[in-house]
Design a protein around this ligand. Structure first.
Ligand code: PLP
Length: 450
């Protein structure tokens, strides 16, 4: 394990920003005051590793923010983006297009669940959520069901930060400041049951929690709901796999009431659960599926919505012959550089069998993560595929221990994402067993000091 060199990292932060003034960059989702007192920066990445400006190596245990499935700084992706930017740097995809967008959509559709083969490009996970909400609303409206204006989501969910996603979200700190004015979303209870601690994969208890949807339909009228949004496995909250049978029940209730089922696969997509998408890994097919992150290995901002063909076809057929069918899109939807990165990534997925690799490595990963169960500070460990969360027993107040732990881990050579008191482990899918062992050993040494 490397040693802390906070002072040096701090100084390098100053050197790197020329005059040492870190104030201009208003950082997202960060304690700005704390960071600017004790900055922690990365200057370089390679494969499984990130490096501080002084060259101190950190193993990347969360694949960036769940993006870097193929490891950092893949030359194939960098070269493809470079070539693209020298050939066609930008082309509008409103009324015009470029070949890369069609090519990438075709490629993505070979990975998505059967039937979900119409691909709408956006630039982030958050945009994919708001796009899917609009698709659901429009689909119902053109079929004479414009009264379907309500949505259902779940407690402890994260669906990004745009206003639609904020309304759907189920974490209080994402909602308390901006959520109250956003109406029209009802929440299912979360599935973190106390009897399901230290479970590998899907827990046995809790499928009946899906019946909350039936209760909401009974209360508000099922015919008023447009769509149910769930992460197949809640990711950002700290890896909550669905109880066995839970997603199947949601699917059945949606079908009974004509409600669309949307899977937010921004984290669970692209191999994280050992299949291309969580839908395939968990055996339930949604109507719309959102993705981002590993679609381009995080090298270019890009997200997408995969729509069931009938939904796409209905919307296109309902539009005027020469008019726009879906009044929605972003200047950078299907940006040429993002498409080039995505196409290079698809090639890596196939050539390096990253998804199969993730499936093969998952049991070893689960064993390594659950081996930390004996540590006194550990309150729970949950895992599925190549995603795990180690929940620390809360300290003085919720989140304090998790926050301290992620800083201590950084200072000693391991980078990960934490939420509250959960440390979230989701290594790049190129990880070798030795990397997993190193991550587990490092976690053990640091958690033991907490
Ligand atoms: N949905 C889920 C499940 C996510 O985990 C995230 C981000 O972590 C998002 C949506 C938002 O994605 P972005 O940060 O790219 O907007």
């Amino acid at each position: 394990m490397g040693h802390s060199d906070k002072a040096a990292d701090g100084l390098a932060g100053k050197d790197d920003t020329r005059d040492g003034d870190l104030q201009s960059f208003w950082m997202p989702f960060s304690p700005n005051k704390e960071f600017k007192r004790e900055p922690r920066l990365f200057a370089r990445g390679q494969g499984m590793f990130l490096y501080t400006p002084q060259g101190r190596e950190l193993i990347d245990a969360s694949a960036g923010l769940f993006c870097v499935a193929a490891g950092h700084c893949r030359p194939e992706i960098a070269d493809a983006v470079h070539r693209q930017l020298q050939t066609l740097d930008f082309a509008p995809t409103f009324l015009r297009a470029h070949p890369g967008a069609f090519e990438l959509a075709r490629e993505v559709a070979t990975f998505t669940p059967a039937g979900l083969d119409r691909i709408f490009f956006v630039n982030s996970g958050s945009e994919s959520i708001d796009t899917a909400m609009k698709m659901a609303l429009l689909y119902h409206r053109i079929r004479g069901q414009g009264h379907r204006q309500l949505f259902v989501a779940r407690e402890r969910a994260y669906h990004g930060v745009n206003l639609g996603g904020t309304a759907l979200g189920g974490m209080v700190n994402n909602k308390r400041w901006f959520g109250p004015g956003l109406a029209g979303v009802h929440h299912l209870r979360h599935t973190a049951l106390s009897q399901n601690k230290f479970v590998v994969g899907q827990p046995a208890e809790g499928a009946e929690l899906a019946d909350d949807l039936e209760r909401l339909c009974a209360l508000h009228g099922g015919e008023n709901f447009a769509a149910v949004f769930v992460e197949p496995v809640a990711g950002s909250f700290g890896c909550l796999p669905p109880p066995r049978g839970y997603l199947e029940r949601l699917r059945a209730t949606c079908d009974r009431h004509g409600i669309l089922l949307v899977f937010d696969e921004v984290i669970t997509g692209w191999g994280r659960l050992g299949e291309a998408f969580g839908a395939q890994a968990l055996g339930v097919t949604p109507d719309l599926l959102t993705m981002a992150k590993a679609l381009t290995n995080g090298a270019q901002p890009m997200g997408a919505v995969a729509a069931r063909r009938e939904i796409h076809d209905a919307i296109i057929a309902a539009g005027p012959e020469k008019g726009i069918e879906f009044f929605h899109g972003y200047t950078y939807s299907g940006h040429p550089a993002a498409c080039a990165a995505g196409l290079a990534m698809m090639e890596i997925f196939r050539r390096e069998r990253l998804i199969e690799r993730a499936r093969e490595l998952s049991p070893f990963f689960a064993q390594a993560m659950h081996s930390l169960r004996d540590l006194p500070a550990v309150a729970d460990i949950r895992s599925i595929g190549m995603l795990a969360a180690i929940e620390l027993a809360a300290g003085a107040s919720p989140g304090v221990r998790g926050h301290e732990a992620q800083k201590r881990l950084f200072d000693t050579g391991l980078q990960l994402k934490s939420t509250g008191d959960s440390l979230i482990i989701a290594p790049p899918l190129i990880a070798e067993k030795a990397h997993i062992e190193r991550i587990a050993q490092h976690l053990r040494e640091v958690i033991a000091t907490i």
